[in-house]
Design a protein around this ligand. Structure first.
Ligand SMILES: CC(C)(COP(=O)(O)OP(=O)(O)OC[C@H]1O[C@@H](n2cnc3c(N)ncnc32)[C@H](O)[C@@H]1OP(=O)(O)O)[C@@H](O)C(=O)NCCC(=O)NCCS
Length: 170
C-alpha cells in the first residue's frame, strides 16, 4: 500500500536522500535536485500543500514538488522535481504522486501545470507540448520536452513565457 501525504518538517532529511538517490541514476540530472528542494522550501513560490511524499514500508520512497510560476500575468505551477527510490520504481508510485498533485492543484484553483522532462513519461498523464497552449519556456528546449497540462475546464486564456522561482537559476 502506498500512502501519499503532504510533506512535513520531520521528512526533510529523508526527502533529501530520496531525491539525491533517485537522480543519481537518472537520465537527465544536474546533480543538484536535492539542494533545489531545500532552496525552494524557503521560497515565496513554495506551496506546502503541493510538496508531497509517497510512503511505503514505513519509509518515504518518493517525492514530488509543484512550485508557483508566472505564465504571463497568471500564477500557475511547475512540477519539479519528481523522484522515486530506484528499488521502488516502476510500481506506479511516480504516477500516484503526479495524479494526487494534479488533483490538489486543481482544488487550489490552478489552471495549468508545466514540466520539463521526458515526453514519453509525462504524456501518460495528459501533458502535451506547452506551445500548443501558447505557453513558452524561458530557455531553448525542444517543444516536446516542455509540456503543460490543463488542470480544469476553465476558459481562462493563460499564455506567455514562463517565469520560474529564482531558485531554479533560470
Ligand atoms: C521518473 C520516475 C519518477 C518515475 O517513477 P516511477 O514510480 O518509476 O513511475 P511509474 O511506476 O508510475 O511509471 C509509470 C509508467 O511510466 C514508465 N516510465 C517510468 N520511467 C520512465 C521514463 N524515464 N521514460 C519513459 N517511461 C517511463 C513506466 O514503465 C510506467 O509505464 P506503464 O504505465 O506503461 O507501465 C522515476 O523513474 C525516477 O525517480 N527517476 C529518476 C529521477 C527522474 O528522472 N525524475 C524525473 C525528472 S523529468
Amino acid at each position: 500500500m502506498i500512502k501519499i501525504r503532504q510533506e512535513n518538517i520531520d521528512d526533510y532529511e529523508e526527502v533529501y536522500n530520496v531525491i539525491k538517490t533517485a537522480f543519481e541514476t537518472a537520465e537527465h540530472s544536474d546533480g543538484n535536485e536535492h539542494n533545489l528542494v531545500v532552496a525552494l522550501r524557503k521560497s515565496d513560490n513554495f506551496i506546502p500543500k503541493l510538496s508531497l511524499v509517497a510512503v511505503k514500508d514505513n519509509k518515504i520512497v518518493g517525492y514530488i514538488l509543484f512550485t508557483k510560476i508566472k505564465i504571463g500575468e497568471y500564477e500557475e505551477i511547475a512540477l519539479a522535481p519528481l523522484g522515486v527510490l530506484p528499488e521502488y520504481q516502476n510500481q506506479g508510485i511516480g504516477s500516484e504522486l503526479i495524479k494526487e498533485g494534479h488533483k490538489l492543484a486543481k482544488d487550489l484553483g490552478y489552471h495549468y501545470s508545466v514540466v520539463l522532462g521526458d515526453d514519453k513519461y509525462y504524456t501518460k498523464f495528459g501533458y502535451i507540448p506547452a506551445i500548443k497552449y501558447g505557453i513558452k519556456a524561458p530557455f531553448e528546449v525542444p517543444d516536446e520536452n516542455f509540456m503543460a497540462i490543463k488542470l480544469n475546464n476553465t476558459d481562462t486564456e493563460v499564455r506567455g513565457i514562463v517565469k520560474y522561482a529564482k531558485e531554479f537559476g533560470i
